[in-house]
Ligand binder design. Structure first.
Ligand code: F3S
Length: 759
């Protein structure tokens, strides 16, 4: 049994009294979010009310999940904390490092050989410290977690931004950086600003071509990529209860695209069915016993506007299928308006590839609905015009859908089944194309569609939609096609329309699998050796960052003033760089190479203020030059800096290359926290217009650090090349504990000092 019944029982046993205490402290009925959060306070007892969106609170999550790209750095860090075993049930999932090229078997064999040293490290370090290890090919972290570990009312953190997927099973599951995982695995408190709560009331019922994916595509259009920042999105209503558990997971998964801390549904019969269907009847029975704690208080549902910080209402009966994109997941187009949007914007109409699956959309229901469309292509004699790939989310799903003949259906349509792994979703895609720079369009059932994400080509227009819509588009090969109204031409010249898709929430014969790909850890790992090759260019043991020197930081050089969108993909690009995730110095060669320099409009070309002659050079090179000369640097950015993934490399790389502060108009939450964990200064302009004062040759003094205190702004003196200076005020969100991280040089430094009794 992979899941931990004792732990779940302990959570449920403590819930009632904690929720009661919270209701008394808060003095009003509670949302589901509040119930789960108050039931997971570090230390257990509820002694006060916390203010949503304001209070920093220490939590004790029940679980940690890590994917292989982020687990490397997290576990390298955990090793440094000096603990014998992880404090809470934890798992590692090998899903991000498998490149999609030929098909599942071939690609998996290559990955096993190319990533051997990483897999050996992860398997051995998991074995030693009591961590469950899911081998390459076992599946994608969020799908495996949903099938095995998520439980209603639980709280989990995961080192991947789509961890909220588990909200489909009623869990508060939050994407974090590896440093946060280290804290929880080490038994420390995990801190989070108590989130605001956005309510989404779902009325009506889905039908026809509309799928759960369309709910989140619609919500993304309403809230935009920033609208969920600092908030948990709580879904409820009759529409929620009529939707499958896996459909709910899709919606929660993509809550990451609106910047939400996480998303969650209240416990219902669909969740109970899914738990029973995935061999967790005991969990379902226990959840049934505490059902009233696994949903908001009835007063909240009766008058939601009074209890949520923001309320959105969506009638599922009226919801159209959506296609979102390109380049951002919040550009939401109802299908009836999409064709004209394609024409108006001049997006390439020819669709080159349709990709279904991924952690977002590879449930049995998704696959059956997509297969019901694919089947029509075969039966109606349609020519499939685009390439088509299928990425199952787990071996459990893959084995089951193969058994049920669904993979055959896709194969008959010309589809290629890829490994149970991230593949094209994270840029691990050796795409078959004669021109890798061509303007082109693809459509996926994934979640994220930033430029270059899937294939590294900035001219690829990536759109996201439900798997059934993606399948229909792949058949048509044309972005202006609307399967609800348009016809297609068969091989013998007939005009036919696709019928509405139909699917099954769960397999009628039950799920099945031969080898799920799980390796349980040693009961006693004391004698287990962790395998790290000292000559490896992919793994490197860490050196601690230096503590703060105790003075203001003066004479910092501007490394880059980034303009516009600067996501974690711009800061620490994925794709080919994933292989260096366990080697800080090597991966730092990708630092900020995707960010656009505000002074020349170019990527990876910044002025080296210490070099005469032709001073423009690659960002990592300039940072290394400054570092070699003992000069600190600063990065300036725009709005929502660091949106996207939870990777802490985006914070560790600048720290490693001598950047002392990131100064921006606003931060994405996870990235801001990651910067703090690594001992970096994460600062925001008090007056956003001051961004325009920053000139290319400026040097910076950060003032006020000796009195660094919560809520107290700092100041920065800008020294311009012409001798003029400007003094600007900058804000920060550090609390006292986070200031201690800064002073110690990093959160991990502070843990080690505490372990050794030096702090
Ligand atoms: Fe993997 Fe893409 Fe999901 S990278 S974890 S399949 S968002």
């Amino acid at each position: 049994m992979a899941f931990d019944l004792e732990m779940i029982k302990a959570v449920y046993d403590g819930m009632g009294s904690r929720i009661e205490a919270a209701r008394t402290a808060v003095g009003r009925p509670l949302t589901l979010t509040e119930k789960i959060l108050y039931a997971h306070l570090y230390g257990g007892s509820v002694s006060q009310a916390y203010e949503r969106g304001v209070s920093y609170v220490d939590f004790a999550p029940d679980r940690v999940a890590m994917q292989d790209a982020t687990a490397q750095m997290a576990l390298l860090q955990f090793m440094q904390a000096g603990k014998p075993q992880v404090a809470v049930p934890s798992t590692v999932h090998c899903d991000h490092l498998i490149q999609a090229k030929e098909g599942a078997d071939e690609d998996l064999a290559i990955a096993n050989s190319e990533n051997r040293e990483v897999y050996d490290f992860l398997a051995s370090v998991s074995n030693k410290y009591g961590i469950g290890f899911w081998k390459p090919g076992a599946g994608i972290i969020h799908q495996v977690v949903l099938e095995n570990y998520a439980f209603p009312g639980g709280m989990m953190i995961g080192t991947d931004s789509h961890t909220p997927n588990a909200g489909g099973l009623g869990m508060i599951a939050i994407g974090v950086g590896g440093a946060d995982a280290v804290d929880v695995m080490a038994g420390m408190a995990w801190e989070l600003k108590f989130p605001k709560v956005i309510g989404v009331k779902l009325t009506g019922k889905l039908s026809g071509w509309t799928a759960p994916k369309d709910v989140i595509l619609k919500v993304a259009g309403i809230l935009t990529v920033k609208g969920g920042t600092g908030a948990i999105v709580e879904y409820f209503g009759e529409g929620a209860e009529s939707m499958s558990c896996t459909g709910k997971a899709t919606i929660c998964n993509m809550g990451a695209e609106i910047g939400a801390t996480t998303s969650v549904f209240s416990y219902d019969d669909k969740m109970s069915d899914y738990l029973r269907g995935t061999e967790r009847a005991e969990v379902a029975a226990m959840a049934d016993g505490v059902r009233q704690h696994l949903r908001a208080d009835e007063e909240v549902y009766a008058n939601p506007a009074a209890f949520y910080d923001q309320l959105i209402e969506i009638n599922l009966s009226e919801l159209e299928p959506h296609v979102n994109g390109p380049f951002t997941p919040d550009a939401a187009w109802p299908i009836s308006q999409f064709a004209s949007a394609v024409r108006e914007h001049g997006w390439p109409e020819k669709l080159e590839v349709g990709l279904i699956g991924s952690c977002t959309n590879s449930s049995y229901e998704d696959i059956t609905r997509a297969a019901s469309v694919a089947e029509q292509a075969v039966q109606k004699g349609l020519t499939v015009s685009a390439e088509f790939t299928v990425t199952p989310g787990s071996e459990l799903v893959r084995y089951t859908v193969e058994r049920d003949g669904l993979l055959d259906t896709f194969a008959q349509m010309g589809g290629v089944v890829l490994a149970n792994a991230c593949g094209p979703c994270i840029g691990q895609w050796a795409r078959h194309t004669d021109d890798p720079k061509r303007r082109n369009s693809i459509i996926t059932s994934f979640n994220r569609n930033f430029a270059k994400r899937n294939d590294g080509n900035p001219n690829t227009h990536a759109f996201v939609a439900s798997p059934e819509i993606v399948t229909a588009f792949a058949i048509a090969g044309d972005l202006t096609f609307n399967p609800l109204v348009d016809t297609l031409t068969t091989k013998d010249g007939q005009q036919v329309k696709l019928d509405e898709p139909h699917g099954l929430e769960m397999p009628p014969q039950g799920y099945a699998v031969e080898d799920a790909g799980f390796q349980a850890p040693a009961a006693d790992g004391t004698g287990v050796q962790v395998i790290v090759d000292p000559t490896s260019d992919r793994l490197e043991l860490l050196d601690p960052f230096k503590p703060w020197e105790g003075t203001d930081l003066k004479g910092l050089r501007l490394l880059i003033k980034a303009q516009g969108k600067c996501t974690t993909d711009h800061i620490s690009m994925a794709g080919p760089w994933l292989k260096y995730r366990g080697h800080l110095d090597n991966i730092s060669n990708n630092m900020l190479i995707g960010a656009i320099n505000a002074f020349n409009g170019e990527a990876n070309s910044v002025k080296d203020g210490m070099t005469q002659g032709t001073p423009y050079s690659a960002v990592p090179q300039v940072a290394r030059n400054y570092k070699a000369q003992g000069i600190g640097s600063i990065v300036v950015g725009d709005e929502n800096y660091g949106e996207g993934s939870s990777r802490e490399h985006a914070a560790m790389e600048p720290r490693h290359l001598g950047v002392r502060a990131i100064l921006v108009k606003s931060f994405a939450r996870i990235h801001e926290t990651n910067l703090k964990k690594q001992g970096m200064l994460a600062l925001t302009f008090a007056n956003k217009a001051d961004y325009d004062l920053i000139e290319e040759d400026d040097t910076f003094d950060i003032l006020g650090l000796t009195e660094f205190a919560p809520g107290k702004p700092l100041q920065i003196r800008l020294h311009h090349a012409d001798g003029d200076t400007d003094l600007i005020t900058v804000n920060h969100t550090y609390n006292q504990g986070q200031i201690e991280w800064f002073k110690a040089g990093s959160a991990l430094n502070l843990i080690r000092l505490k372990e050794s009794g030096e702090a």
